[in-house]
Design a protein around this ligand. Structure first.
Ligand code: ATP
Length: 231
């Protein structure tokens, strides 16, 4: 269950958003993409998910291209949150669960269990727009994990959350990894990546300027230098 990117490049016209990115993302790990605005993180995720064609290179997961047959195995928290504000939490999450092959009962059970894990009150019959931004974000996270995906891609999962909720979400991410999910996430924050990841890729202007095992990178560069590069 390795995710492999081989010389992946994305051009928008003459502009190169991702440039020759080659990476191996091991199974059952948390892999962090770190970089400033515009570094190419979201574009990379969209190519991994086959939402965007790469201009060059190949991406495989478990040796195969990711396509629509694999949506049951993959969870995605997009950077631009995409819940329907006027729809009730229960209706929306059960619908999304059913799209991924779950029964209504299984989706509802998973939803209530996740609400407990993320410490969200059981707002099943509230419209999404009636929830606080933090709770909306947690509901969106649940929509990415409700079907227990094997590969989970989280685009800036902690942005906009207060420190207590960041901790709750981090615990959930670690639990998912321990249950066998491979997780790829992006962040602007070195401390989040450092705390959660075994592997990282630091991107700048579409290029990986540093990638590999975090402990080895820290040994080679020293913590201080690494933090400076992430700022
Ligand atoms: P952020 O942290 O701000 O989300 P990012 O690392 O996710 O940034 P991307 O969204 O991948 O960065 O964008 C990388 C570059 O590609 C940016 O310069 C962006 O303007 C450009 N880009 C992204 N999508 C398109 C598009 N559809 N057409 C043209 N340029 C694009």
């Amino acid at each position: 269950m390795t995710l492999q990117l081989d010389h992946v490049t994305k051009k928008f016209g003459s502009f190169t958003a991702v440039d020759q990115l080659s990476l191996e993302i091991p199974a059952n790990h948390i892999f962090g993409f770190l970089g400033a605005n515009g570094a190419g993180k979201t574009t990379t995720f969209r190519m991994i998910l086959n939402l965007l064609d790469q201009s060059q290179g190949t991406i495989t997961w478990n040796g195969e291209k990711i396509d629509y047959n694999k949506t049951d195995e993959i969870g995605y928290l997009p950077e631009e949150r995409g819940l329907y504000p006027k729809q009730k939490v229960k209706e929306q999450l059960v619908y999304l669960g059913k799209l991924r092959g779950m029964t209504k009962k299984d989706a509802l059970d998973a939803l209530t269990s996740w609400l407990d894990r993320l410490k969200v009150p059981h707002y099943l019959d509230k419209k999404v727009e009636e929830l606080s931004k933090g709770n909306q974000q947690k509901i969106q996270f649940i929509s990415a994990v409700i079907h227990n995906p094997k590969l989970l891609i989280l685009d800036e999962p902690f942005s906009g959350l207060d420190p207590v909720n960041v901790e709750i979400m981090k615990e959930a991410v670690v639990e998912l990894k321990e249950q066998g999910t491979s997780i790829v996430f992006s962040s602007h924050r070195m401390d989040h990546v450092e705390e959660l990841c075994e592997h990282l890729c630091m991107m700048q202007h579409g290029r990986p300027i540093l990638h590999g095992d975090l402990r080895e990178i820290k040994r080679s560069f020293g913590k201080k230098n690494l933090s400076i590069q992430a700022d």
